[in-house]
Design a protein around this ligand. Structure first.
Ligand code: BES
Ligand code: MG
Ligand code: ZN
Length: 476
């Protein structure tokens, strides 16, 4: 997408125009009584988008009605995304967006919805161009919406696209090494530092969880460290993000039991993608917060060399874990990363992971499930950010009684709980590897869209990028 920003006074620009404002003000853009009547009658009929055609141009008018969404900001984003779908089905390439009410926030939200829905993943079509949305140029006419607003929005949505591209890339194009290459490219184009630990380094660090999951793989694991350290950082101890980077999850010997449940498992690195996207957005917008992202990456494959149920492995922090299900692999690689995070003496650690089917069953695609040991204010801030950007979170209990379900008969702990409370026992497992304030964010539901919903396109949603960006922005 290309963006142009123009100072808007009064003259209606040439070309196809989209008027964004409160519907009552629209009549001044039409000089024909009949047209005004038509516009009003259409809006009364609960139409969200009204189109008026002229010989050489076209006007679109929108309103922000949506009975099912109570969040006003989300109504506006959703309206922007609906409008964009209409523009694309009308094969429109360039649109003039007119800020009718001199309302920068309104334009920001509306354009955000437009950009977020205009994403497509087309690299595996022979005739790629034909599969892309036609809309490519947004001309914004406003007196209030400023270049800095546009630039921030552009960088956030770029990071969302980046995270979606990573998530949507199949395992055939994204093994752990290839994932690390993408991070190196990112670091080159941003002001970020990246450091990739190879298999030897991972062995030297005693990351037994990551190594066990990787045993059956054709590809070596990587452990990726991304850092954004601005001179004017407001925090002296770093914030650490940990992302689950399982580039494909077959389940291993405890092979995925449910029909078709393996089909989506290229997305099992959505947490890693979200974390990388968030650091990209924060660094490119130069937010003064010191952030480190830790991303363990591997696939979970079936092979003669694979780890098997009953194996006992020694983790980075020295704990022994009895593996009773090789499909509970995410917690094993995250555990090593969480334990590694201790050396930074972090202010707070947040991990994002497509960790359990249980979380997705509980809450669906509408929210992630969060739990942990951080202060209530951290949880409150996350909930507030979730509402702000509409990547909502729901807090689950984290009582110690759940720990009993992880008792092993031959080792410190086992890697599965029982048949109940699967999202929570996974979190409780991770807690053994933390010694700092921490929030676990299970994104198994909202990270993967089996069909498009508003501006969340099918496939990887990049859930978490906007949530984390807003969370960090509010710290300043
Ligand atoms: N990657 C899966 C969780 C998942 C399921 C993510 C569906 C997205 C959609 C994870 O590795 C897994 O297999 N978890 C198991 C844990 C169980 C064996 C304790 C699960 O949830 O079934
Ligand atoms: Mg699994
Ligand atoms: Zn997994």
């Amino acid at each position: 997408m290309k963006y142009n920003l123009y100072q808007y006074k009064k003259e209606i620009p040439e070309g196809i125009c989209l008027f964004v404002g409160k519907e009552s003000n629209y009549s001044k853009f039409l000089n024909d009584e009949k047209q005004i009547k038509y516009l009003n009658s259409q809006f009364e009929k609960e139409k969200n988008i009204v189109e008026i055609n002229f010989y050489d141009s076209k006007f679109y008018f929108v309103n922000f009605k949506n009975e099912t969404i109570s969040n006003q900001n989300e109504k506006i984003r959703e309206s922007g995304s609906k409008m964009t779908s209409v523009l694309n089905s009308d094969k429109i390439k360039e649109i003039n967006i007119i800020d009718v009410d001199k309302d920068a926030d309104l334009i920001n939200l509306f354009v955000e919805g437009m950009i977020l829905v205009n994403y497509s993943f087309t690299r595996y079509y022979k005739e790629e161009e034909k599969k892309k949305p036609t809309l490519g140029i947004l001309n914004i006419y406003s007196s209030e919406f400023k270049q800095e607003n546009l630039s921030e929005l552009e960088k956030i949505t770029d990071a969302v696209y980046f995270a979606r591209d990573l998530a949507n890339e199949p395992f055939s194009g994204l093994n752990a090494l290839q994932f690390s290459e993408k991070l190196k490219q990112l670091a080159k184009s941003s002001d970020l530092n990246v450091h990739v630990l190879n298999k030897k380094d991972i062995e030297d660090n005693g990351m037994g969880g990551l190594l066990a999951v990787n045993k059956g793989s054709e590809h070596p694991p990587t452990f990726n460290i991304l850092e954004w350290k601005p001179e004017n950082a407001v925090n002296s101890k770093p914030y650490i993000l940990v992302g689950k980077g399982i580039v494909f999850d077959s389940g291993g010997y405890s092979i995925k039991p449910t029909k078709n449940s393996m089909d989506m498992m290229k997305f099992d690195m959505a947490g890693a993608a979200a974390v990388a996207g968030a650091v990209k957005a924060v660094s490119e917008n130069r937010l003064p917060v010191h952030i480190i992202a830790l991303i363990p990456a591997t696939d979970n494959a079936v092979d003669a060399k694979s780890y098997v149920p009953g194996d006992v492995i020694k983790m980075h922090n020295g704990l022994f874990v009895e593996v009773l299900n090789t499909d509970a692999e995410g917690r094993l690689i995250l555990a090593d990363a969480l334990s590694y995070a201790q050396k930074y003496n972090p202010e707070l650690v947040l991990d994002l992971a497509t960790l359990t089917g249980a979380a997705a069953y509980c809450i669906g695609t509408q929210a992630s499930v969060i739990m942990g040991t951080a202060d209530d204010t951290v949880f409150d801030n996350l909930k507030q950010s979730g509402e702000n950007v509409y990547e909502r979170v729901v807090q689950f209990p984290f009582w110690d009684e759940y720990k009993d379900m992880l008792k092993s008969k031959i080792a410190d702990i086992k890697n599965i709980g029982g048949s109940e409370a699967g999202a929570i026992t996974a979190g409780k497992f991770l807690e053994y590897f933390t010694d700092y304030p921490w929030v676990h964010i299970d994104i198994a539901g909202p990270a993967i869209m089996s069909k498009k919903s508003a501006y969340r396109t099918e496939g990887g949603s990049a859930y978490g990028v906007r949530l984390l960006y807003d969370f960090f922005k509010n710290m300043i």
